[in-house]
Design a protein around this ligand. Sequence first.
Ligand code: ZN
Length: 213
Amino acid sequence: MTEKLFEQDAYLKECTAKVVKVEGPRVWLDRTVFFGFAGGQQSDSGTINGKAVIDVAVDGPDIAHTLEGNHGLQPGQEVQCVLDWAKRYRIMRMHSAGHIVGVIMEEKLNNPEYFGSNVSVDKARLDILWPENVRPYLAEFEAKANQVVKAARPIRVYRDPANPTRFVWECQGLKTMECCGTHVRNASEVGGIYLKRESKGKEKERIEVLLEA
Ligand SMILES: [Zn+2]
């Protein structure tokens, strides 16, 4: 099983690791800082021994890294993993923003059903089944979310004591959520949040969560 260092410390930007398996461009390590696409969160970029990591995927209990070109890595080799930290940190801010807005929205709309959610560098999106245009609610959601940011509420992610394979996201004062992603430690790091609405068809509403900077 790949040791997922981001589960202990989302702020870890690099690590050394040992190559355990190689299949063409794909490389498996004993431990990694690279987050593989999961729970709607975009995967990380960066380098392993200076070679660009072009894809990171969850592979059962492991993480598979796809490298560009002829990486030349061999099992047993020690390598240096370096994250594209600017990208990861922005995803962390986006993911935390998505949850803050999500909790506020769920409370107001009484837990509508989701048909999708996603977190990327540019935006987080919450796709819900809802019979009306959600635009009239957005100003309220936005104001409440920005209050959480201004109040600098601490955020933590911890293993669910009732089911240690799952993780719980908690922003002080808000309802907890299940999550497997990476987050900032404090809501103040998110910065200004603004929201947009998109229709995704009959009774399907999308709330886009964007950051001011
Ligand atoms: Zn999440």
